[in-house]
Design a protein around this ligand. Structure first.
Ligand SMILES: Nc1nc2c(ncn2[C@@H]2O[C@H](COP(=O)(O)OP(=O)(O)OP(=O)(O)O)[C@@H](O)[C@H]2O)c(=O)[nH]1
Length: 212
């Protein structure tokens, strides 16, 4: 994405209880792999370059965090440097839905309320007969927290790309409108490449060629 001649990297984290399907979602999105074999330890990194319909590519740096409580002090240290958070629960696991407010509060208390774009994700929507969180109550929670809501499944390949596209578009929009700003000492958004200004050819330019 190029705003003001800059090609951006967005850092996005997936948060939610253990086994809700964060790693599976990320692996499906990044490599098309069907799922996860074992629990995440601490934080793992993925990346994918996106070509939005209008404008140049944007690079997503995606952080998969362990949902288990024993890793909380490690994962917490990463919240400060993200611009997007996908709050994931499992539609067949009531407790994972009830913990969403706590996950949201964890991020807001670290970053402040205005610096992060959230997306609420109800995962494993292929398991309709085991569902114990309705779409309507999840929509109501999302609305009360001021974020969008989507249901996803890696098993039925439902909305996986769309979920990442949705949060990326919301970040682009916030950046364009000035609701979120690029800051030197903040890793949530980075400018990877600044296009040369035609009037300054011959002079030294910014961070070099785009790394996406
Ligand atoms: N039915 C169904 N099962 C899924 C789906 N996505 C993931 N799973 C299963 O859910 C289990 C947990 O998935 P993970 O991706 O490891 O969950 P996680 O949230 O990363 O777990 P932690 O690393 O412990 O935080 C695995 O057995 C997956 O196969 C889905 O869309 N549908």
């Amino acid at each position: 994405m190029e705003l003001g001649g800059c090609c951006y990297q967005f850092r996005i984290a997936l948060l939610g209880d253990s086994t809700v399907g964060k790693t599976s979602l990320l692996r499906r999105y990044v490599s098309g792999a069907p799922g996860a074999a074992e629990a995440t330890v601490g934080v793992e990194f993925y990346s994918r370059a996106l070509q939005p319909p209008a404008g140049p590519r944007v690079k997503l740096q995606l952080w998969d965090t362990a949902g288990h409580e024993r890793f909380r002090c490690i994962t917490r240290s990463f919240y400060r440097n993200v611009v997007g958070v996908m709050l994931v629960f499992d539609v067949t696991n009531r407790a994972s839905f009830e913990h969403i407010r706590d996950w949201h509060q964890e991020v807001v208390s670290t970053q402040g309320p205005d610096k992060v774009i959230f997306l609420l994700v109800g995962h494993k929507c292929d398991l309709q007969s085991a569902r114990c969180v309705s779409t309507q109550e999840a929509e109501e929670l999302a609305m009360s927290l001021g974020m969008a809501f989507m249901e996803t499944s890696v098993k039925s390949k439902c909305n996986v790309d769309q979920a990442f596209d949705t949060i990326t578009s919301a970040i682009q929009q916030a950046l364009k409108q000035g609701d979120i700003k690029l800051e030197e000492d903040w890793g949530g958004i980075r400018c990877l490449y600044r296009a040369p200004n035609p009037r300054s050819y011959g002079r030294k330019q910014g961070p070099g060629p785009c790394q996406c």
